[in-house]
Design a protein around this ligand. Structure first.
Ligand SMILES: CC(C)(COP(=O)(O)OP(=O)(O)OC[C@H]1O[C@@H](n2cnc3c(N)ncnc32)[C@H](O)[C@@H]1OP(=O)(O)O)[C@@H](O)C(=O)NCCC(=O)NCCS
Length: 198
C-alpha cells in the first residue's frame, strides 16, 4: 500500500501558552541568568546527556534556542517556563525552567517532549502543568498525532510526570544514552491525540 504523504505547512505555535499558574514563551537573551541557574545544577542534570553547564555552555544554549526560533520550518520549540505574577513580589525568580517540543518526525506528526526545572520548584506539579500546556498546543495547533518522551530509567520523577500526563510506556532502549560516565537504559513513553483528549 502506498503511504500518503501529507503536505507539511510551516509549524507554528501561538505564544505565550498560558496554563493556570504558568506562561510558556520563547527564550530571550536576557534569560541567561535564570537558565544558567538550573542548567549549572548537578541535581537538575544528573539524568541528562548535558550539564552541569558552565556559563559559556549556558550562553551557547540560549544562542541555540534563538537560532531555533528563526529556523523555517521550525523544528525545536524550547520554551521558558514562567511563573505568573511573581515579578514584583520578591518571591523568587519568574523563570523556573524549560519545556520543549521537538518535531522529530513531522511527516508522521510525531514530536518529542522534554522538561527541566530548577530544583527549588520541584514537587509542585509545575512540570506536569507545563507539559500539559505544551502537549495541548502541539495536538491542537500543530495537529500532532503522537507525542513521545524518553528518560533515563533511573529518573523516577520524569517517568512519573509522563505517566501523569497520560503517556504509556512503550518500551525500553537498552544502553541507548551515555549519561555522566555510563551507558544508561531509557524508557520510551508516548501518548496519542485521541488519548490526551479521551
Ligand atoms: C522531572 C522534573 C521536571 C519533574 O518536575 P516536577 O515539577 O517536580 O514534577 P511534578 O511535580 O509535576 O511531578 C513529579 C512527580 O514525580 C514524583 N517523584 C519525584 N521524585 C520521585 C522519586 N525519586 N521517585 C518516585 N517518584 C518521584 C513526585 O512525587 C510527583 O508525582 P506525584 O504527583 O504523583 O506525587 C524535575 O524533577 C526536573 O527538572 N528534573 C531534572 C531534569 C530532568 O530530569 N528532566 C527530565 C528529562 S527526561
Amino acid at each position: 500500500m502506498r503511504l500518503r504523504r501529507r503536505v507539511s505547512p510551516d509549524p507554528t505555535l501561538t505564544l505565550p501558552i498560558e496554563t493556570p499558574r504558568l506562561l510558556l514563551r520563547d527564550f530571550v537573551s536576557r534569560d541567561l541568568e535564570a537558565v544558567h541557574a538550573y542548567s549549572s545544577t548537578p541535581q537538575a542534570t544528573q539524568y541528562l546527556i548535558w550539564g552541569p553547564n558552565t556559563l559559556l555552555q549556558s550562553k551557547q544554549t540560549i544562542r541555540a534556542f534563538l537560532d531555533d526560533q528563526k529556523e523555517r520550518p521550525r523544528v525545536n520549540f524550547d520554551l521558558a517556563i514562567i511563573r505568573k505574577g511573581t515579578a514584583r513580589r520578591g518571591d523568587g525568580p519568574r523563570l523556573i525552567g524549560g519545556v520543549g517540543l521537538k518535531l522529530a518526525d513531522w511527516d508522521n506528526r510525531t514530536a518529542d517532549i522534554g522538561y527541566v526545572l530548577h530544583p527549588d520548584y520541584w514537587g509542585q506539579g509545575y512540570a506536569l502543568e507545563a507539559a500539559q500546556g505544551l502537549a495541548h498546543a502541539g495536538f491542537r495547533e500543530l495537529g500532532l498525532q503522537r507525542i513521545v518522551a524518553t528518560c533515563d530509567q533511573r529518573n523516577k520523577a520524569s517517568a512519573r510526570v509522563m505517566e501523569k500526563l497520560g503517556m504509556r510506556r512503550e518500551g525500553v532502549f537498552r544502553q541507548s544514552k551515555y549519561i555522566h560516565g555510563g551507558w544508561r537504559d531509557e524508557f520510551l513513553y508516548a501518548i496519542l491525540a485521541e488519548e490526551f483528549y479521551g
